[in-house]
Design a binder for this molecule. Structure first.
Ligand code: GDP
Length: 292
């Protein structure tokens, strides 16, 4: 709408032509009316965006209270992000417990066979030549990306302009200042390409690429393993002694982290694991206990 606003001039000249040129200025008036309508609508949308922003912020704050790592799907529009989200969680959705009933509709909880879990969240689809006013409008939604533990760049590798789409996404990501967050790429829709083997070989040649088909489910296990491997990189190693009366902490470690070793003793459990930084802080008293 902001794009349209200064470009309305030529739209109503036909009114003047219809009236045989007698009522000059008729088109002019209509432009003013249209501009007013557009401005009102822009105002309404801006208010809505602001409320979306507040809403998502609340979701994020609630999510923070649970130290599960958040993995964000980014990618060009139509790359298959929502299909991947649904495919991954469709079979694994657990009955909603209260903790996660607070998740927004674009975030799902993925639980792996080994017990650990992460939250997978869909973000807006990127498009080429995103006008700056639009980037500003979406910034609220994009803020989400900068708070994730891991970014997964989903690419429609069957698309003839895949390379350009990758560039467009990378460009927006660069604007968001998220270079610190670990990232890997997923080449989706391998079921659709003419020579899947060639694509897979190429992916192997480059680093940090997993080939999948969100539609058929091919490669999803590799995808989950890659997520885990990468998340491990964003976690810190801890060794702690958890007394028996803090048993719930032990199960949280299993849920949000990656346990390497557990040893049961008379007084509690010794555990060696990788956990998210925020959670490691919670364990600090027990880590000290471990040292002494
Ligand atoms: P998003 O915009 O990134 O969320 O993309 P969607 O998940 O909505 O997918 C866009 C279209 O691509 C849909 O019609 C999907 O059915 C299709 N699609 C997604 N993944 C695959 C895939 O692995 N193979 C094929 N053939 N189609 C897919």
């Amino acid at each position: 709408m902001e794009y349209q606003l200064p470009r309305l001039t030529k739209m109503w000249t036909h009114l003047e032509r219809q009236a045989g040129g007698k009522v000059k200025g008729m088109g002019e008036k209509q432009i003013e009316v249209d501009k007013r309508i557009l401005r009102t609508q822009i105002g309404v949308l801006k208010k809505e965006l602001e409320s979306v922003r507040k809403h998502r912020k609340q979701y994020r704050n609630r999510r923070f209270s649970v130290p599960v790592p958040v993995v964000s799907l980014v990618g060009y529009t139509n790359a298959g992000k929502s299909t991947l989200l649904n495919q991954l969680t469709g079979a694994n959705v657990l009955s909603e417990d209260r903790l996660f009933a607070t998740l927004d509709p674009t975030t799902r909880r993925v639980q792996m066979k080994n017990g650990s879990e992460f939250l997978l969240t869909d973000t807006v689809g990127f498009i080429q030549k995103l006008p700056t006013t639009l980037v500003a409008a979406f910034r609220a939604t994009l803020e989400e990306i900068s708070e994730s533990s891991l970014l997964v760049h989903v690419v429609d590798i069957s698309h003839p302009l895949a390379e350009q789409q990758i560039d467009a996404v990378e460009k927006v990501l660069a604007e968001l200042d998220v270079s610190e967050i670990p990232k890997f790429m997923v080449w989706n829709k391998v079921d659709k390409v003419t020579d899947p083997e060639k694509i897979k070989l190429e992916a192997e040649r480059r680093e940090d690429i997993v080939c999948i088909s969100a539609l058929t489910g091919e490669g999803l296990l590799e995808f989950c393993n890659a997520v885990q491997e990468k998340l491990k990189g964003s976690m810190v190693p801890v060794e702690a002694f958890v007394p028996f009366d803090k048993g719930e902490l032990l199960s949280t470690i299993h849920q949000v982290g990656m346990v390497e070793k557990t040893e049961y003793t008379e007084n509690g459990t010794f555990v060696k694991a990788f956990v998210p930084l925020r959670f490691a802080r919670l364990l600090t008293p027990m880590r000290q206990l471990c040292k002494s």
